[in-house]
Design a protein around this ligand. Structure first.
Ligand SMILES: NC(=O)c1ccc[n+]([C@@H]2O[C@H](COP(=O)([O-])OP(=O)(O)OC[C@H]3O[C@@H](n4cnc5c(N)ncnc54)[C@H](OP(=O)(O)O)[C@@H]3O)[C@@H](O)[C@H]2O)c1
Length: 298
């Protein structure tokens, strides 16, 4: 059984991976207290003294609005964790010959009308921080570049808008957040002019395990096989999980982003998956199929 170091094992997605992949790999779960990836020496020491075959990094500064407050600050925590931390992992993986999987996002793209998604695995990422891109997305893009530069055996796995039926107390996932807003009577108008793809976290396990098992290198997109708008998603989710129809009001992301102080996010985002499905010889589900299963488990 492969020994896999899981960094960010206490996070929303990492914790679910640890739970669901424990029979596939011998998992070594770590959080910041065990291994602070921003500390280059600590990473080196850990890699040199721990017996492991592969590494998957779920650790990141994921609060997009908080990240924006650090825009252009390469000494800030967001940059340190999302870029320097990943660079430390990439160089240690190269030095100690470990296979590294970095979890990334479609926020590495601008999602604007002049370069709209959904993006495929070969789509070029921006060279410069565009005003339409958030700092979080930019740091995740920089992490991808650092990994490529380090030339370790590696894969970049991009995911988008995760949700799961698993229990997690520290923050709400994309589906549970909307269900809570509805239950609390606080559901706001939902965007009809944003394109997204989605990931039922349970659907990440088999493709990611195959990448780790076979040490498949390159860029992979693991999300629903089709795109949605948040409005379509929430309408369908509420019909399946709460048995209500026609209660969602329509909103515009284009208008929302014009309000001063908003964090830039990809409006026309989402990821294509055909290349990944072909490479992995797997068929990904549609987002409605993912919601069907999620709702049936509630
Ligand atoms: N959530 C989303 O909507 C979403 C969407 C697309 C892509 N992603 C990507 O998916 C990955 C996982 O996201 P998530 O939402 O599951 O993350 P999360 O819940 O915010 O968890 C972050 C993890 O990072 C760890 N961490 C923080 N600082 C660290 C440090 N210095 N050294 C080592 N570990 C540290 C945390 O450990 P402690 O608890 O000890 O601090 C925690 O386990 C990230 O790469 C993210 O960019 C997320």
């Amino acid at each position: 059984m492969k020994r896999v170091l899981v960094i960010g094992a206490t996070g929303l997605i990492g914790s679910r991976f640890v739970e669901l992949a424990k029979n596939i790999f011998e998992i070594i779960p770590v959080d910041e207290k065990v291994l602070d990836i921003t500390n280059q020496q600590a990473v080196e020491e850990y890699f040199s003294t721990t017996q492991l075959d592969a590494v998957v990094n779920f650790a990141a500064f994921t609060n997009v609005d908080a990240a924006e407050k650090e825009r252009n600050d390469t000494k800030g925590l967001c940059y340190k964790l999302n870029v320097t931390g990943v660079e430390n992992l990439a160089y240690a993986s190269k030095k100690y010959n470990k296979f590294l999987v970095q979890i990334s996002t479609d926020f590495v793209f601008s999602g604007t009308t002049d370069n709209p998604g959904p993006y495929d695995e070969l789509s070029p990422v921006p060279y410069e921080l565009l005003p339409s891109m958030g700092w979080y997305g930019w740091t995740k893009k920089e992490a991808e570049v650092k990994i490529e530069n380090a030339r370790a055996k590696s894969a970049i796995v991009r995911i988008v808008y995760p949700f799961s039926f698993g229990k997690y107390d520290l923050k709400l996932d994309y589906a549970k957040n909307f269900l809570k807003l509805y239950d609390d009577g606080k559901l706001f108008p939902i965007f009809t002019d944003q394109t997204i793809t989605l990931l039922y976290i349970e659907d990440l396990i088999n493709p990611l395990s195959k990448i780790l098992e076979e040490e498949l290198q390159g860029i992979f997109h693991i999300v629903s096989s089709d795109i949605a708008t948040p409005f379509d998603f929430v309408e369908y989710l509420l019909s399946k999980a709460r048995n209500v129809e026609g209660v969602v009001k329509k909103g515009s992301m284009e208008e929302f982003l014009k309000t001063p102080g908003r964090t830039p996010r990809p409006r026309l985002g989402g990821l294509k998956t055909e290349i990944t499905q072909q490479k992995l010889e797997m068929k990904f589900r549609t987002w409605r199929e993912m919601v069907d299963e999620f709702a049936s488990k509630l």
